[in-house]
Design a protein around this ligand. Sequence first.
Ligand code: 3NM
Length: 214
Amino acid sequence: MIEEKDLRAALKLYFIMGSPNCQSRPQQVLEDAINGGVTLFQFREKGKGALKGDEKKALGEELQWICKNHGIPFIVNDDIDLALELDTDGVHIGQEDEPLESVREKIGNKIIGVSAHTVEEARQAVNGGADYLGVGPIFPTKSKEDAKAAQGTSVITDMRKNGIRLPIVGIGGIGRGNAKSVIEAGADGISVISAIAGAGDAAIAAAALKKELT
Ligand code: 3NM
């Protein structure tokens, strides 16, 4: 189990990717991103060309190993069975995935992150025992096919004003130039796919984002 203050710190620069997001080997992209300053990683093997079954598991294992070597948490998107098989640090679930309560039952005290788009969804996640919220899309994104309309940073401000104290990461279209505004709105961190996985050099991209957040 991770302490809330350690989780808040780990959420600062939260990198998400799977093989469809990478132009070079995901293992190398992750190594570079961590060397650039990423503080937590989510394995999200989704979209066109995504690996399945044993191939997905094998890549997950390799990426988990890289995270372990560098001492950063490894979280898997949606796939509770894989999270249990690999004994990951946690899972991230969306509103359409398995209900939070049943995920908690299966996964024990591992980290559970929940995507929340409104104050009401945030409240439900808090009541259901989520450890952190992923809130978005803050800005327009090309990385999620079924993403909702961009909400701007005010969705985070609103949640804070309405008493949501759980750690929050903003997501969706975040990159250089707008990262700081997400923190200023009340988030503990930013989560990004393309700003790092889609950059020519993941280490340089991560370091630049980190600098902007400090
Ligand atoms: N979830 P990028 S937006 C995975 O709004 C994901 O819940 C979102 O990718 C949500 O940093 C998103 O490239 C994609 O915009 C984020």
